[in-house]
Design a protein around this ligand. Structure first.
Ligand SMILES: *Cc1c(COP(=O)(O)O)cnc(C)c1O
Length: 229
């Protein structure tokens, strides 16, 4: 099925605006990351031309293959699980790493980063064992530890909500992380600038915005369904 990128992007923007209005914030306050995993570079270039200014990838090898062919300016975020032996590539290729979930990973980023690296702490708010991220009750502790590393700048938090058709079961995940985010903002730790709450994907981004997300990560609703393997 041919997908209409421009129409999809406008659609998602419209839905973001509606959810933002519902929460009483300006639509421009909500950043949209177009998650472009499995999407060919040429199509990503088209999306950038249509106004996408942040893309997200989840695999280092795929990003290494595609990024040289992305010839338009765009901010690049790593949103997938990151192994420590791939950190050296990540710090060169990405403008932000959204998936920091341990102090050992943060330390490795600190060792490899050539300039201060913006990161988000990934929190497993659903408790599903299939998901990465630190436990919610460890998030503030991890933040405090990472704030000791001058080579990193913690910008906030990221989570993937519970996989459920019942959005009211997903909502508490987002509520929980908003509380952590508010608490973190009040700590005023060094090497932090807590201003990003990255939550919500195609299935649940409106609920995430209602609960306080100011960054959503959208793949399917922009690029269409991904091939399943
Ligand atoms: C794939 C992915 C997304 C986007 O998922 P969709 O449901 O296609 O919108 C968002 N965040 C992360 C971390 C992902 O891996």
């Amino acid at each position: 099925m041919e997908i209409n990128l421009g129409k999809n992007i406008q659609n998602v923007k419209q839905r973001i605006a509606t959810a933002a209005n519902k929460r009483g914030v300006a639509p421009e306050e909500i950043a949209m990351v177009a998650v472009s995993k499995t999407v060919p570079a040429q199509k990503i270039n088209q999306a950038i031309e249509l106004g996408i200014n942040i893309i997200g990838e989840n695999k280092i090898q795929e990003a290494r293959d595609k990024f040289p062919q992305i010839d338009r300016p765009v901010e690049k975020h790593m949103v997938g699980h990151l192994q420590r032996n791939k950190v050296k590539y990540s710090v060169e290729m990405f403008d932000m790493i959204q998936s920091v979930d341990s102090i050992r990973l943060a330390e490795e980023i600190g060792r490899r980063a050539k300039a201060k690296m913006p990161v988000l702490i990934e929190v497993n708010t659903s408790g599903e064992s299939s998901k990465y991220g630190c436990a919610p009750e460890q998030a503030i502790d991890l933040l405090k530890q990472i704030s000791q590393l001058p080579q990193l700048e913690v910008r906030g938090f990221m989570t993937i909500g519970l996989f459920s058709d019942d959005l009211e079961k997903v909502r508490p995940c987002f509520k929980m992380l908003k509380q952590t985010y508010d608490e973190a903002q009040n700590l005023n730790l060094p090497n932090t600038n807590i201003s990003i709450l990255s939550m919500g994907m195609t299935a649940d981004f409106e609920v995430a915005i209602e609960e306080g997300a100011n960054m959503v990560r959208i793949g399917t609703a922009i690029f269409g369904p991904r091939p399943t393997n």
